[in-house]
Design a protein around this ligand. Structure first.
Ligand SMILES: Cc1ncc(COP(=O)(O)O)c(C=O)c1O
Length: 457
């Protein structure tokens, strides 16, 4: 029998040349995005003031199954991809499990995460269209860094609105984004109307991804030649992130493996949507039936406790409405250390798959996440990001179930990034000062009560 290596790499020639568009195979599509003024399905033209033309097309393309990755983007990918599929031999041993644990490691670039997969694609299309600047939001900082890397490669000026509590927790994110010539503004800020209104209502707010998005969109639509780019939630981002799942599947085929369960952390759903895409394709076409598990923070439980409803993607209510699992766009999650998972909503694609029971979801408190993170770091020599560590927790849980039942299941999880900028979080965990916050029903009710009522057309 072949000995499975620790790290399984594709050659450059084996790397996918097309992204996979899961929507083309879904039995039922996610409900369409709505124009926030007319409540009618958003058209490509509706999206042009906010997004690049090509990205607006990808956003609404429900039928093209495979979309060519532009050659320039393929070349850029080769600077940090293929990412390794790693067999977690040591972790398996430490857990004493018969399960085989694999993880797809996306942290091997300066952003420290999978975010560069979409950032470079979005910067490429922005350049091709001749845009003169772009804006974005960032929570944990990985997306802002990734986009700064991509924009500096294409020489496009970038303004990043970074959620205030993450900005304060991770001061070096500023330096690194500035290294790549990005401008960074803690959000909410006094630089936009929506930021000023949010600050007026609550001057001490720690910010949220929803408010940072509002500021970035306002800045984009009020600046000539500028567009907004988003690092998660949208269909186009899930499409770009399919590279994770496609590579994983090829790597597993090379060692004659197939996952019984695929696990990912869920913030806005982009790494999860990308990782699971080709495995969900197998489910949809009847080829295989792996379990799919999303892991989210108990402090921001959009899938496990949210409503499946139309909602705004931002606090300022200027973005199109998406039908998704949401806690309400006014919900401000507690200052959990997994900044990238503090989003009120979820990708409409992931939401629809969850709603139609193609996948499961669990939520977990951050102290348990850090217990899994430190165990993993010691066994596998990678210091994981707090976001990614939610997936580690999910994998450990499955592996321990296998220990009880004696089953040698194959587990695949997405290790989205590294935690080198998260040392305040690790420190709080190690000192025992880290707290778990779980919203009460009453906390959630407030967000739900403000969900928009959609008039019947
Ligand atoms: C390392 C890492 N993992 C996961 C996420 C969650 O995003 P998504 O659910 O879009 O993959 C983020 C977001 O910032 C992140 O930085």
């Amino acid at each position: 029998m072949m000995k499975i290596p620790h790290r399984i790499y594709l050659t450059e020639d084996q790397m996918p040349k097309q992204w996979y568009n899961l929507r083309a195979d879904m039995k039922e599509l996610p409900d369409p995005m709505l124009n926030p003024k007319t409540y009618k399905p958003a058209t490509e033209e509706d999206l042009y003031p906010v997004f690049c033309t090509e990205l607006a097309k990808q956003e609404l393309d429900n039928t093209t199954c495979y979309i060519d990755i532009p050659e320039e983007v393929q070349e850029f990918y080769k600077m940090f991809r293929p990412s390794p599929l790693i067999r977690a031999y040591n972790l398996e041993k430490a857990l004493g499990t018969p399960a085989k644990i694999y993880y797809k490691y996306e942290g091997n670039n300066t952003s420290g995460s999978h975010k560069l997969n979409s950032a470079i694609a979005q910067a490429y299309y922005a350049k091709k269209q001749g845009l003169t600047s772009v804006t974005t939001e960032t929570g944990a900082g990985q997306w802002g860094t990734a986009l700064a890397e991509a924009c500096s490669y294409y020489n496009i000026p970038l303004t990043v609105y970074m959620v205030k509590c993450s900005y304060e927790q991770k001061p070096f994110r500023k330096s690194i984004i500035e290294t790549f010539d990005g401008k960074i503004v803690p959000s909410p800020s006094n630089t936009t109307n929506v930021g000023r209104a949010i600050l007026k209502a609550d001057p001490t707010t720690s910010g949220s991804l929803g408010s940072a998005i509002s500021e970035a969109v306002e800045k984009a639509v009020t600046t000539e030649g500028c567009r907004y780019v988003l690092g998660s939630v949208l269909n186009q981002v899930v499409l770009h992130q399919s590279i994770i799942g496609l590579e994983s599947k090829i790597a597993m085929e090379m060692i004659d493996e197939y996952p019984d369960v695929v696990i990912g952390c869920a913030g806005g759903g982009s790494n999860l949507g990308g990782l699971i895409a080709p495995f969900v394709q197998d489910k949809l076409t009847g080829k295989a039936n792996p379990r799919i598990v999303a892991v989210e923070p108990a402090s921001c439980p959009s899938l496990t406790r949210g409503r499946y409803a139309y909602d705004y993607c931002d606090v300022g209510k200027i973005t199109p409405l998406a039908r998704m699992y949401t806690l309400g766009c006014s919900f401000v999650p507690s200052a959990n250390h997994a900044g990238g998972l503090r989003y009120h909503g979820m990708s409409p694609i992931v939401s629809k798959l969850y709603h139609d029971e193609y996948m499961e979801a669990i939520s977990v408190e951050q102290t348990k996440v850090f217990e899994a993170a430190t165990l993993f770091a010691k066994q596998e020599t990678i210091l994981p990001a707090p976001e990614s560590s939610h997936a580690i927790y999910g994998a450990v849980l499955e592996a321990l179930k296998c220990k009880e039942t004696g089953e040698a299941k194959t587990i695949l999880f997405g290790l989205t990034g590294t935690g080198y900028f998260d040392m305040m979080a690790y420190e709080a965990y190690l000192k025992g000062t880290m707290k778990d916050y779980i919203p009460t029903e009453k906390d959630l009710e407030k967000g739900f009560s403000e969900l928009p009522i959609i008039p019947k057309n």
